[in-house]
Ligand binder design. Structure first.
Ligand SMILES: Cc1ncc(COP(=O)(O)O)c(C=O)c1O
Length: 375
């Protein structure tokens, strides 16, 4: 079975919206059915379900080259970052949080919420479709506790220069949190190579699963000195201690978890991640280079306004085009059977391993028919 055949939506539509939500595979459908079957046949198999949560933890760890003890299994990226933020102390001199203007809104909300606890949040503004590294150098100083950056911007597809920013932050004694939601499943993401202190992501998009499952990576050496105030029984050293008089956080990154794990989403997440693993990151990366290259080339040839940087090292799997009536454009494309999305005035086109060059050609032809909305 070809990879595309595992995604029934392609029988009817051209799906180019993986930056919002990965397409549904037969593998993930079967995983949800397996969850219902286990529930029906076994009653309340919590041992099995906790085991499945550990499998997801191992998969996340493998995906980013971390140790499973450095991974918290969360219900959303927001939950992971909120738990981390709750463990930071902003009462001293080092109370500054540096946030890039390419962040997903949830990241901004979480850091601004810490202002009530003494944090000073400083934004690093964009210069058009990029954020020059010098702007981070200007913003990060000896009072900076953490630098919060996105790997690839959800709005325009632009990729930040993570190693350069990490270097600046570490030289100033600040930690780095990387939001890799828009890169996981599209390229190799290695916490050791990137040297980030924390990393967050989830399975909804290019990891080909569904809502309700995400994770937070925390570098081993940092965990034991961080005490989240966002807690729950699954963040305790012994989940089944059931001691209402105590709070004994797990010695591992599990201390950033909270309550009952999202079991149905874990079944789906395991299936989605397994599919990605079976395809291999090299194959995915090379297909995405080909597809994003063809989208850029087709768009530029027709004079459309490319927002994403042209240089392939400066963008991710998401290519964006400026439109002055983007909602209408998304609607027209949908009527023609092509699924995309928008943010700001940008049309977001986000292929994955299941797409091919005929999808791209069909998209470019369709955009050409509506080019008055693009130029
Ligand atoms: C870069 C990025 N970070 C975070 C999120 C949202 O994460 P969650 O809803 O799991 O908190 C998204 C979702 O679109 C995203 O694109």
């Amino acid at each position: 079975m070809s990879i595309r055949d595992r995604f029934p939506i392609f029988q009817k539509k051209v799906y180019l919206n993986s930056c919002s939500q990965g397409a549904l595979s037969t593998d993930v459908m079967q995983a949800y059915q397996a969850y219902l079957r286990d529930w029906d046949e076994k009653g309340s198999p919590w041992e099995l379900w906790v085991e499945r949560s550990e499998t997801a933890r191992q998969q996340f760890a493998g995906l980013v080259n971390a140790d499973p003890s450095e991974v918290a299994v969360c219900t959303s990226a927001s939950a992971g970052v909120s738990a981390l933020a709750s463990a930071l102390d902003f009462s001293g001199e080092r109370n500054k949080v540096v946030v890039s203007d390419f962040e997903f809104p949830t990241i901004g909300h979480i850091w601004h919420a810490q202002e009530r606890r003494g944090a000073q949040v400083v934004h690093v503004p964009a210069a058009g479709n990029i954020i020059p590294v010098e702007r981070f150098a200007d913003a990060i100083d000896d009072r900076t506790q953490i630098v919060s950056i996105t790997h690839v911007c959800f709005r325009n597809g632009s990729r930040l220069d993570v190693p350069a920013i990490v270097d600046i932050a570490h030289r100033r004694g600040a930690w780095v949190l990387l939001d890799s939601y828009q890169t996981l499943g599209t390229q190799t993401v290695d916490v050791k190579t990137l040297k980030v202190d924390f990393l967050v992501g989830g399975v909804l998009k290019y990891l080909l699963a569904s809502a309700g499952l995400a994770f937070l990576y925390a570098r081993k050496e940092l965990i034991s000195n961080l005490y989240p105030t966002s807690m729950g029984w699954f963040s305790q050293a012994n989940i089944f201690a059931m001691d209402i008089y105590a709070d004994t956080p797990s010695p591992t990154a599990r201390r950033f978890e909270s309550g009952t794990p999202p079991v149905p989403s874990i079944y789906a997440g395991i299936a989605g991640m397994k599919l990605i693993q079976s395809l291999g990151m090299e194959r995915i990366e090379s297909r995405l280079r080909e597809l994003t290259g063809a989208i850029k080339e087709g768009a530029m040839r027709r004079g459309f306004n490319l927002v994403t940087p042209v240089d392939p090292s400066r963008h991710g799997a998401l290519i964006t085009l400026r439109s002055h009536k983007v909602d209408l454009l998304v609607k027209w494309l949908e009527q023609d059977g092509i699924i995309t999305s928008s943010r700001d005035n940008n049309l977001r086109i986000s292929p994955h391993i299941y797409n091919n060059l005929s999808d791209v050609n069909r998209l470019i032809d369709c955009l050409t028919q509506h080019k008055e909305l693009l130029v």
